[in-house]
Design a protein around this ligand. Sequence first.
Ligand SMILES: [Zn+2]
Length: 353
Amino acid sequence: MFEKSTWIRLPRNVVVGHGVRSQVVDVVDDLHLQGRPLFVTSPTPREVAADPIAADFEAAGIEPAIVTIEKATFDAVERVIEVAEAEEASYLVGIGGGKAIDIAKLASHHLEMGFCSVPTAASHDGIVSNRGSVPDGDSRHSVAAEPPLAVVADTGILAEAPWELTTAGCADIISNYTAVMDWRLAQRLQDVEYSEYAAALSEMTAEILVDNADLIRPGLEESAWVVTKALMSSGVAMSIAGSSRPASGAEHLFSHQLDRLAPGAALHGHQVGVGSIMTAYLHQGADGIWRAIRDALASIDAPTTAAELGIDDETVIEALTTCHEIRDRYTILGSGMNERAARDVATKTGVID
Ligand SMILES: [Zn+2]
């Protein structure tokens, strides 16, 4: 008997383009969201996006509540939940970089309310995905949540974000190559649940980005467009898979371990990019795709070495040899690398000297 079933949850409205910030109020109306929204934002995005959007809502006769968060922590999630209850909010709008959106996503999941995502930086695929990630003590937890009901990505605002946030978003997408290799390996060796459709979409997204690498230039609004669309389809791949597998393999384990060993040293996307160079080498050896990954990262100004990440060589080796322990996720790292093997791959790929 056929007993398989699956739920695919996707955003209903996705609006991308110049000046679409002013359409948030229409998007909410189209979704039939009633009552009072709570905007979850952080200081700079508040100025460039949340306050002007609040003015649009007021003009439409809706008075939004606003909460500004400084740091992505579980305390911040708690605070947003309290404010939402106190202000009798009926849905949330996350307006900001990864931080504000992750917090809004986790809070709305807890409150069982809908939320909309208004990214102001194209820094990682969390702006669309069904995963929320918040640091917890010395580690980072990725937890299941719901994807946003709508995503409104104003390329005018995104193009103004600090350039390294955009290159981090690109690197996060380029790492889909190795995430998918790890997923296929885990499927073959461990029979983990696998979706060919999600895997193909994730790989194609990385390919489109690499093919358009020459459009990724500072100050070019088209860059924001290319990257945002790629982040969306990467998020959709995760929603289809029902897991982060299509976009998160050993390179993400490596990055999560760097977050513990060298907190705040480098951006998530930049760390996974460097991790991806090395895990591609582990999958395919010297003649494989690792050079193409490294060259694509270099061409968009993303780091390709430990030094460019601002992380010392020994920390990279420690992360490589220990990161398989942090999560029960089968990858090319198997039951772990020893120090000599880690030094070998890091040296051969030029990540360390
Ligand atoms: Zn990522």
